[in-house]
Design a protein around this ligand. Structure first.
Ligand code: TYD
Length: 172
């Protein structure tokens, strides 16, 4: 876990309360901003030399699950956020391999925002976490490693349904 990076990220994200122009939302989140247990930054080792840099991703070594699927998001627009869902069982690691973007995560109780700006950062997101991606820089490429094959039935796309499901899980 890259403690230094973690601190930089939190400082950077809090200094930049831009969320596609909805400034008042920032005020709401600020009260709930807290580390979320099921979301962690992984510091990826960079093998660099005079020729350039390389990062290797290996299941159960630096990626804490069986990698079933890899996809990447690109051609994004700064003011067009995406995500807005949670997964019932899926785990993911998000890596901004080019450019930068922000990821808002929410466990139904607390909210946290991560500023991904380096291929050295992997953001692990466990199951039952609501996520929103926003503030994409020019040329941003977001690589996603997933623990399951694509299954639309595994998504929760309605925020109130998400809240209900996390509250049920907490009680049970
Ligand atoms: P979507 O889930 O809306 O992306 P986001 O992560 O930004 O919420 O996915 C966009 C489209 O791509 C949608 O039609 C479903 C499709 N898709 C796949 O076919 N396979 C995949 O692995 C993913 C992630 C999406």
């Amino acid at each position: 876990m890259g403690k230094k990076i973690d601190i930089i990220i939190h400082a950077a994200s809090q200094a930049s309360p831009k969320y596609y122009g909805v400034e008042h939302q920032w005020a709401n989140w600020k009260n709930k901003m807290k580390k979320i247990e099921k979301v962690k930054l992984i510091k990826l080792q960079i093998f660099g030399d005079a020729r350039g840099s390389l990062v290797s991703l290996e299941q159960y070594k630096n990626i804490p699950f069986n990698i079933k699927r890899v996809y990447y998001i690109f051609d994004t627009k700064r003011d067009t956020p995406r995500g807005f869902h949670a997964h019932k069982t899926l785990e993911q690691v998000l890596i901004c391999v080019n450019g930068a973007c922000k990821i808002k995560v929410d466990d139904g109780k607390n909210v946290d925002i991560f500023n991904l700006f380096s291929p050295e950062q992997g953001l692990y997101i466990g199951n039952n976490i609501w996520r929103e991606m926003f503030d994409f820089s020019q040329g941003c490429v977001l690589l996603v490693l997933a623990s399951r094959y694509y299954d639309p039935k595994e998504y929760i796309k309605d925020y109130s349904e998400f809240l209900k499901s996390v509250r049920c899980n907490r009680k049970g």
